[in-house]
Design a protein around this ligand. Structure first.
Ligand code: GLN
Length: 490
């Protein structure tokens, strides 16, 4: 009998829609797999077995009644990052302060999944409020990388990536503020896209840094990721930064890419994201991937984006500033945890709750951000960071006059050992070097596996970047590359 958990989402959808297997069988197979293996990985914070099976049954009943599937992925189950609100399961954002909190409304993305007939298996582990690159900042224990359980699965969406890599879910949702979809994809040999800012609704996505946050699709193949991209994208009047434009044709682009070549496509290798300080095996894997893009017919040139050198500094001022403001809502009155008793003033309750409820990294960023925004420092820190952000966008614009897409490694390193960087925040931040510029500019990018590093046999990701509202280019390139690369031996 076929192991249903080993199949990609597109194949599962075909089988479910032709009624060769039922969605209930597929969903149950994944729930069984979660029960069997997640003790080892800790990818899920909450498993919604009953709700998932009920959603699956609805799909099966509709198909049995002769109806068309509600979407191309109807019946295929999914793992949802625990930062999107759900009325039928807790939303904790990996934080103690929201332990057991159930939201009063569904995120737009959650509603879209429900309407598409996609059963949600559960909520996945993450760095607290999406701050981190290793999932070690979760208040509920780290997630482990299925390639090597002594190593990190990336972050902040390590739970979603690990769920995919261990066949606990064929599809997953992440969010990417500085790389939290792409870096976990890279270190687990899965695929993940940060869509153009404003194309996936942030309504019901608990805010980390609002000008950077973007939900996005994760899968084991480029096509699966594209199929999910089209389900979750689209204008939403409830999100004031949502773009009122048609969803990009990413599925068509993925299909074209998989069957075609890359003739006529201009690819730019970003000089500033190709450094001797990166792990040698990562650079070697990246160079081999670029050679394959050339073989596929792409015209490859080197481009320079000098301001990228300051992306990390800019990001780590913009993000904490927005965090310090966004996380002020956790005041012990409106949501979740409350510490204190009747003898304490409201201010004391708030202080005690925030001290007990937030972890170290969240506190660090609130303090940095509050400092950067305070009067007398605002112009020097926050103001300068915004100017750099503009320069980065200009570097991108100049580059995209010469090329259609830019490429780089997704992360400078393969997955490191759990614990290795927890006491060195700066070392942790450096793993985001290559992903941050895209968020600061509001553009889109994908990470697709480029094999394993010759250093250590661990996964490496190729990042493909494109301008705002050109998400289909990512899929054309990634799909063509995925075929040329062939399967990855584990
Ligand atoms: N690792 C980055 C950070 O710590 C990115 C986080 C994210 O994309 N949510 O901020």
């Amino acid at each position: 009998m076929t192991d249903l958990t080993a199949l990609d989402a597109a194949s599962l959808a075909t089988k479910i829609h032709s009624r060769e297997v039922s969605s209930v069988e597929v969903t149950q197979a994944h729930l069984d797999r979660i029960a069997a293996v997640d003790g080892e990985y800790n990818a899920f914070l909450h498993v919604s077995g009953e709700a998932a099976l009920a959603a699956a049954k609805q799909v099966d009943d509709a198909l049995a009644a002769g109806q068309d599937p509600a979407s191309p992925l109807a019946g295929v189950p999914l793992a949802l990052k625990d930062v999107f609100t759900t009325t039928d399961a807790p939303t904790t954002c990996g934080s103690k302060i929201l332990e057991g909190w159930v939201a009063p409304y569904d995120a737009t993305l959650t509603t879209k999944l429900r309407e598409a007939g996609i059963p949600v298996l559960g909520k996945t582990n993450m760095d607290e409020f999406a701050m981190g690159s290793s999932t070690e900042n979760s208040a509920y224990g780290p997630t482990r990388n299925p390639w090597d359980t002594t190593r990190i699965p990336g972050g902040s969406g390590g739970g979603s990536a690990a769920a995919l890599a261990s066949n606990q879910a064929p599809l997953a949702i992440g969010t990417d503020t500085g790389g939290s979809i792409r870096q976990p994809a890279a270190v687990t040999a899965t695929v993940g896209t940060k869509p153009t800012y404003g194309t996936v609704s942030r309504y019901g996505l608990v805010a980390c840094a609002s000008s950077l946050d973007q939900g996005g699709p994760c899968g084991r193949t480029v096509l699966d990721t594209a199929l999910l991209h089209e389900v979750i994208a689209g204008h939403d009047p409830r999100d004031s930064t949502s773009i009122d434009a048609p969803v990009r044709p990413v599925v068509e682009a993925a299909r074209q890419g998989a069957t075609g070549d890359l003739k006529g496509l201009r690819v730019g290798v970003v000089r500033e994201l190709h450094s001797d300080s990166y792990q040698p095996g990562v650079i070697a894997s990246f160079d081999a991937a670029v050679a394959q893009l050339k073989e596929l017919g792409a015209e490859v040139v080197e481009v320079s984006c000098p301001s990228f050198e300051y992306a990390l500094a800019s990001y780590y001022l913009v993000l904490p500033s927005e965090v310090s403001s966004n996380l002020a809502r956790f005041d012990a009155m409106r949501y979740g945890m409350r510490v204190g008793d009747g003898t304490m003033s409201a201010d004391q309750v708030m202080a005690a709750t925030r001290a007990a409820g937030f972890g170290k990294e969240v506190k660090r960023r609130i303090m940095i951000g509050t400092y950067a925004l305070s009067s007398g420092y605002y112009d020097a820190y926050y103001g300068s960071a915004l100017k750099v952000r503009t320069l980065i966008a200009r570097d991108f614009d100049a580059a995209y006059e010469k090329v259609d897409v830019l490429v780089s490694p997704t992360s400078p390193f393969t997955p490191w050992k759990l614990g290795e960087k927890v006491d060195d925040p700066l070392a942790m931040y450096l793993s985001d070097l290559c992903t941050l510029p895209t968020n600061l500019a509001g553009h889109c990018a994908i990470s697709v596996p480029s094999g394993v590093s010759a250093d250590d046999g661990l996964p490496v990701g190729l990042q493909v970047m494109a301008p705002a509202l050109a998400d289909e280019r990512l899929y054309r390139v990634a799909a063509a590359y995925e075929v040329a690369r062939g399967p990855i031996a584990r």
